[in-house]
Design a protein around this ligand. Structure first.
Ligand code: ATP
Ligand code: MG
Length: 251
């Protein structure tokens, strides 16, 4: 019971740490609508620190063309997550500009901007509901057929087929607990369903078994086709498939 309780506390902590990233940013009056971005990303002399803390990014400039696959490396605390948080505008930089398709991201409607990104986190949190509902969360208006296509592309079917209740299996806090690799494949399925032009992947660090890892890599490879991808990489093997590698160090 104690381990169960600790497990529950750990996931509550994860859920709250996501909620803590409440938007500190405001939408400008008359913000531009953005249907589907091409996916050109540009940062110009971006300097950022949380509150009045230490400078995390110090005059960072970069340009990522549409469809490129960029690996992001750097030691823990070097600012990898911060970089992607700025891109999705969870924070605004103190100076410098972040641009998407040639426009300052502050000029876009916030919800439209966020819709351009699919994120596969390192340690995805599942909702306390069925597996199919968890995938559908990627795009609430998706129909059954689209959900099934996404789960197949992500390799979710590989483990769901062995569950007695299949896609109706309850997961999350009060349901079946899935492994990190299985949760990540559900997050990949959500991303397939959302079909956003820009993909942000946080590679799993935890050791999943070789078979699961191969399945995740296959699914991610398929997902990255025709999208701009930023991949926070913890293993050198993954970087081989990247067009560029960005190493963060000392801001
Ligand atoms: P890791 O590999 O461990 O995920 P990272 O490269 O993603 O590290 P960041 O999370 O971007 O690193 O953190 C960069 C710096 O900003 C660290 O010094 C961290 O302590 C600090 N930091 C991160 N998030 C916040 C926050 N919400 N408030 C204050 N400081 C933060
Ligand atoms: Mg991080």
């Amino acid at each position: 019971q104690l381990t169960k309780l600790q497990g529950g506390l750990a996931s509550a902590e994860r859920a709250f740490s996501l909620l803590d990233q409440a938007p500190d940013v405001e939408e400008v009056f008359g913000a531009k609508a953005l249907d589907r971005a091409k996916g050109n990303i540009c940062m110009s002399k971006v300097t950022f620190s949380y509150d009045k803390g230490q400078t995390v990014l110090d005059g960072l400039s970069l340009e990522i063309p549409f469809g490129a696959r960029v690996g992001i490396v750097g030691r823990s605390g070097s600012g990898k997550s911060t970089l992607v948080n700025l891109l999705m505008r969870f924070y605004d930089p103190q100076s410098g500009i972040v641009m998407l398709d040639g426009s300052d991201i502050r000029d876009y409607k916030l919800s439209d901007l966020r819709n351009q990104f699919s994120m596969v986190p390192q340690d995805p949190v599942l909702l306390s509901t069925s597996i199919s509902e968890n995938v559908a969360y990627g795009r609430p208006d998706a129909d059954r057929e689209e959900i099934m296509a996404a789960t197949c592309s992500a390799g979710v079917n590989e483990f769901v087929e062995n569950l007695p209740e299949g896609y109706d299996t309850q997961v999350g806090e009060r349901g079946l607990s899935l492994s990190g690799g299985q949760r990540q494949r559900i997050a990949i399925a959500r991303a397939f369903l959302k079909d956003a032009p820009i993909l942000i992947l946080d590679e799993p660090t935890s050791s999943v078994d070789v078979e699961t890892e191969a399945s995740i890599i296959r699914a991610m490879d398929k997902l990255m086709e025709n999208r701009t991808t930023l991949m926070i990489a913890h293993r050198t093997g993954t970087l081989a498939s990247c067009d560029f590698v960005l190493e963060l160090s000392e801001g």
